[in-house]
Design a protein around this ligand. Structure first.
Ligand SMILES: O=C(O)CCC(=O)C(=O)O
Ligand SMILES: [Fe+2]
Length: 360
C-alpha cells in the first residue's frame, strides 16, 4: 500500500506530548525486577507505556498491509461485513456510524476487527466470515499476529497477576481459548485532512491493548489534568494500555485511562493514518467485578476506594456489547446514550471534561 510505505513527515517537535515509560519486553520476560517495577509504575499511574523489543514487528507490518488492502475495497464490498447496530464488534465498522461525544458528532474513522477466535479456528469460522483480502492473509499474517500479540499480553498479564497478589492462574483462567471472547485484532484508518475527532474519548473495554502507530493521533488525558496530550509514536515501539476489565478485576489498582484519536498533528495531518491494535478481552461469560476474594491487595484497594462503577453486574460479553451498541448513532436517543456507552470513565466524562476541545 503506497500510503503505508511512503515516507511521512516527522512528528512535529513543537507539539506538546505526554511521555510514556519505555518497558523492555525481553527484560520483562527475563524477570528483571527493575523492568517489572517500571511496568508496575506505569500500569498503576497512567495505565499506558511503550513496549520495546516485543519481537512482533514483521507481523505488525503484515497487518498494516492486510488492513490497507481491506479498507481500500469498495464501500459496497466492505458493507457486506459491517458490524451492525446490535453491539457486535467483529467485522467492518464504517466511517461516521458511531458518536464521538454527547452531541452525537460522527466519527471519522473506519476499522476492521478480526476476532481472535476466528483467527485461531481458521479456516472454520467461530463468529463470522471476513473479506477475501483478510482470508487470503489469515494464515501468513493475521493468525501469526494474533498468536504473537496474545503471547505478549499474556506475559504481561502473568506479571500483573503476581503483583496483585492473585493466586496463580486467577487472571489467565478468565482469558482461556477454550471459551469465546471478545479479543480481537483491529486496523483503524483515518482519512487525510480531517478536522474533527476520529475516535471519541473512551477507555478500552477489555484487559490489555497492544497498539502500533506510525503517525500521531492518539491522545491521552493524564490523570487530574484537563489537557489532552498526543502520544508520540516511536518506531518499533508498541503502545500498551490497561482496559476497563483489568482495572475492575484489580479493584482500580491498575488504571484504565481515557484516550481518543485526533487527526495527526502538523504536516502529518495531510496523510492517511493507520493504526494496528490487538485487544485482549476476558471470556464472554466472565462477570466484571473486583477479585476481592482472591487477593488481599484487591480487597484492600476496594475497601479504601469503593467505586460504584466496578459493580457492573455484567459479563464481559454484555459489557462490550452494550458499549458498542450505545455508540452506534442509529441507537442514539440523546446525550444520555453517550453516557450509556461508557465504562469506568463515565463519571469523569459526566463531570464535563469532554467539553474540552483539542488543540490539533
Ligand atoms: O488509533 C489509535 O492510535 C488508538 C485506537 C484506539 O484507541 C482504539 O481503537 O480503541
Ligand atoms: Fe482505545
Amino acid at each position: 500500500m503506497p500510503a503505508l510505505t511512503t515516507s511521512v513527515p516527522a512528528f512535529p517537535s513543537t507539539v506538546p506530548t505526554h511521555s510514556l515509560v519505555i518497558v523492555d519486553y525481553q527484560l520483562l520476560r527475563a524477570g528483571s525486577s527493575d523492568e517489572i517495577a517500571k511496568l508496575w509504575h506505569a500500569a498503576t499511574h497512567l495505565g499506558f507505556w511503550y513496549l520495546s523489543n516485543h519481537g512482533v514487528d514483521r507481523e505488525v507490518n503484515a497487518m498494516f498491509d492486510v488492513g490497507g488492502e481491506t479498507l481500500a475495497l469498495p464501500l459496497s464490498e466492505k458493507m457486506k461485513y459491517e458490524q451492525g447496530d446490535n453491539g457486535d464488534s467483529f467485522g467492518y465498522k464504517a466511517r461516521g456510524t458511531i458518536a464521538t461525544d454527547l452531541h452525537g458528532t460522527r466519527d471519522t474513522v473506519e476499522f476492521l476487527n478480526i476476532a481472535q477466535d476466528d483467527a485461531l479456528s481458521w479456516p472454520r469460522p467461530t463468529h463470522r466470515v471476513y473479506p477475501p483480502t483478510v482470508n487470503e492473509r489469515m494464515q501468513d499474517a493475521v493468525t501469526p499476529f494474533v498468536r504473537k500479540s496474545m503471547a505478549v499480553n499474556n506475559t504481561i498479564l502473568d506479571i500483573f497477576e503476581r503483583l496483585l497478589g492473585l493466586p496463580r492462574g486467577a487472571l489467565a483462567d478468565l482469558h482461556t481459548t477454550d471459551k469465546l471472547s471478545g479479543s480481537e485484532a483491529r486496523v483503524v484508518k483515518t482519512p487525510p485532512n480531517q478536522s474533527s475527532v476520529g475516535i471519541g474519548a473512551h477507555t478500552d473495554f477489555g484487559t490489555l491493548t497492544f497498539l502500533h502507530n506510525r503517525l500521531g493521533g492518539l491522545q491521552v488525558l493524564p490523570p487530574g489534568s484537563q489537557e489532552w496530550l498526543y502520544v508520540k509514536p516511536l518506531p518499533g515501539h508498541a503502545i500498551c494500555n490497561i482496559g476497563d476489565a483489568l482495572s475492575i478485576f484489580s479493584g482500580g489498582i491498575l488504571r484504565s485511562n481515557l484516550h481518543r484519536v485526533m487527526p495527526p498533528p502538523g504536516p502529518q495531518s495531510r496523510y492517511e493514518r493507520y493504526s494496528v491494535a490487538f485487544f485482549t478481552r476476558p471470556n464472554n461469560n466472565v462477570v466484571l467485578r473486583p477479585l476481592v476474594e482472591k487477593s488481599r491487595n484487591v480487597a484492600d484497594a476496594v475497601a479504601k476506594n469503593p467505586r460504584e462503577e466496578f459493580s457492573t453486574g455484567a459479563t464481559a460479553g454484555e459489557w462490550t456489547a452494550r458499549r458498542i451498541r450505545k455508540l452506534r448513532l442509529r441507537n442514539r436517543k440523546g446525550p444520555e446514550t453517550w453516557y450509556e456507552s461508557k465504562g469506568t470513565e463515565n463519571q469523569t466524562l459526566r463531570h464535563g471534561l469532554e467539553t474540552i476541545r483539542a488543540t490539533a
